[in-house]
Design a protein around this ligand. Structure first.
Ligand code: PMP
Length: 289
C-alpha cells in the first residue's frame, strides 16, 4: 500500500511523522473519513468543505486549495488500484516545540491513506445492532465545538470502550444537558409513528455527511424528518432506529439499554433507505479518473 505524505507516495512502512508533530503530542489536527464506491469518491466536495471548516475553527491555515486536496485524494485511490474503499485524510498541525502554542508549527502535514474498507459484519445489517448509552458524555461545545472533526477522539474512545465492555459495538453519547448527541462514530435517527427524528448538530452531533445524504433521501422518498432534542426516553420508545456513518452507511438498531426498539427487527423504512442510499453512492461524488 502506498500512503500519500506531503506531496509524494511512500510505502506504508515508510509513512512516518515526527515525534514532535503536535498531531501526536496533543491530538492537534483534523481528519475526514471518506468512501470510494465504484471509482467515485462519495460527496468529496462536502467532506473537503467540512475539513476546511474544521481547519478554520482550530486556526489551522490549510496551505492547499480544495482542488489540490481533491486531486490528492483521487490520486491516492488510483495509486492503490482501488475502485471501492475507505480514505482517511489527516491534517496534523505539524512539527513544533514542546509547548502548546500552535504558532511554533509552521508546516501542517497532509496524510492520505486509501485502503479497502472493513465493514460491520453483514449480520448486523440483517439482525440489527444492540447498543447502550455510555456514561461518558459528548464533549461540551463550550470546550471544543463537536462539529470540528479533530484528532481528539479520547472521549469517544472511552464511550466505545463502555460499549465493548457491555458486549456492544456502539454506544449513545449524551450531551452535558443529558440530551442525545450521537454515537461514538455515527449519527442517530429514530422514528416515532410517521416521523423521523434526529438530534440537531447543536446537541453535540457531528454534521455527518451520511446524515446529510439520508436527510436528502428522506425528502425525496416523502419520509418526514425533524431535527429535535431527544432524550433517552424518546430513544427507548422509538418505533424504528438506525445509525449513519461513512463506514457503517445505514445500520439498524434493535435494542437500546436492554429496551427493544419497535418489533426488535430492523425496520422496513431503514431497509428502504439503505437500498436508496446504495443507488446514489456511485453517482454522487467525484470520479477518480
Ligand atoms: N459522529 C462522529 C463522532 C463521527 O466520528 C462520525 C464519522 N465516523 C460520524 C458521526 C458520521 O459522520 P459521517 O457520516 O460524515 O461519516
Amino acid at each position: 500500500m502506498k500512503v500519500y505524505l506531503n506531496g509524494s507516495f511512500v510505502d506504508a512502512a515508510d509513512a512516518k511523522v515526527s515525534v514532535f508533530d503536535h498531531g501526536l503530542l496533543y491530538g492537534d489536527g483534523i481528519f475526514e473519513g471518506i468512501r470510494l464506491y465504484k471509482g467515485c469518491v462519495f460527496k468529496l466536495d462536502e467532506h473537503l468543505e467540512r475539513l476546511e471548516k474544521s481547519a478554520k475553527a482550530i486556526l489551522l491555515e490549510l496551505p492547499w486549495t480544495r482542488e489540490e486536496l481533491a486531486a490528492a485524494v483521487c490520486a491516492s485511490c488510483r495509486e492503490n488500484g482501488l475502485e471501492d474503499g475507505y480514505i482517511r485524510l489527516v491534517v496534523t498541525r505539524g512539527v513544533g516545540t514542546l509547548g502548546l502554542s500552535h504558532l511554533s508549527c509552521k508546516n501542517p502535514q497532509l496524510i492520505i491513506i486509501a485502503d479497502k474498507i472493513t465493514l460491520y459484519p453483514e449480520e448486523y445489517y440483517t439482525k440489527g445492532l444492540r447498543i447502550i448509552t455510555s456514561p461518558t458524555r459528548r464533549i461540551n461545545p463550550a470546550a471544543l465545538p463537536p462539529m470540528v472533526k479533530s484528532l481528539n477522539y479520547l472521549n469517544n474512545i472511552l464511550a466505545k470502550a463502555d460499549a465493548n465492555q457491555a458486549g456492544c459495538l456502539e454506544a449513545i453519547m449524551l450531551n452535558d444537558q443529558g440530551y442525545v448527541a450521537e454515537c461514538t462514530g455515527d449519527n442517530i435517527f429514530i422514528r416515532h409513528k410517521d416521523r423521523w427524528l434526529t438530534p440537531p448538530t447543536a446537541a453535540g452531533a457531528l454534521k455527518g455527511i451520511t446524515r446529510g445524504a439520508v436527510l436528502e433521501l428522506m425528502d425525496q422518498l416523502g419520509l418526514p424528518c425533524a431535527e429535535m432534542n431527544l432524550t433517552r426516553y424518546d430513544v427507548w420508545t422509538a418505533d424504528e432506529m438506525f445509525l449513519t456513518g461513512t463506514a457503517a452507511e445505514i445500520i439498524p438498531v434493535v435494542e437500546v439499554d436492554s429496551r427493544r426498539i419497535g418489533s426488535g427487527q430492523p425496520g422496513a423504512q431503514t431497509r428502504r433507505l439503505l437500498e436508496a442510499f446504495h443507488k446514489v453512492v456511485s453517482r454522487d461524488g467525484r470520479m477518480i479518473r
